[in-house]
Design a protein around this ligand. Structure first.
Ligand code: ZN
Length: 159
């Protein structure tokens, strides 16, 4: 399992705010690495985890929604709906802080899968939100930059 990088220190926040590096060879992302990322995400009760959140600068993330796992390498949003939805978000890298974030209700993302194949995924609702949150991470952006307001919840950490 990996150790999560959080904004706890100035240094780690600077790291999280760096853009991740394009993966030139998708084959360099091993199944063992992806499996450890999934384990780390699940153990932390997360629904998405970008590689820079575990200290790797490569452009990839894992996510889970409705029992389905997603692993996307070099993901990009290629289309966003004009329609937006506001919902509460939290982040494994920003423990105990939550806030409402407006995001596109629907997106189409494109990336490469573990076999090096280009995939396009059309996502709505929570899955569209997860994808936007994770791609933000890879661009060095945190949800606290987008939230209309923030509040602290002491106790159980969930997102
Ligand atoms: Zn996050």
């Amino acid at each position: 399992m990996f150790k999560l990088v959080t904004i706890a220190t100035k240094e780690s926040e600077v790291f999280l705010r760096k853009k991740a590096k394009e993966v030139s060879d998708p084959g360099s992302i091993t199944r063992a690495f992806v499996s450890e990322m999934k384990k780390t995400m699940i153990a932390a009760n997360g629904i998405g985890l970008a590689a820079n959140q575990i200290g790797e600068e490569c452009k990839m993330f894992v996510a889970v929604h409705a029992g389905k796992f997603y692993t996307l390498i070099n993901p990009e949003i290629i289309k966003s709906s004009a329609e937006e939805e506001e919902a509460e978000e939290g982040c494994l890298s920003v423990p105990m802080i939550y806030g409402p974030v407006k995001r596109a209700a629907k997106v189409i993302i494109q990336g490469t899968d573990m076999r090096g194949k280009v995939v396009k995924i059309k996502a709505v609702g929570l899955l569209a939100r997860i994808f936007q949150h994770e791609i933000d991470h890879l661009n060095g952006k945190l949800f606290i930059d987008r939230a209309a307001s923030l509040y602290r919840v002491d106790g159980e950490v969930k997102a």
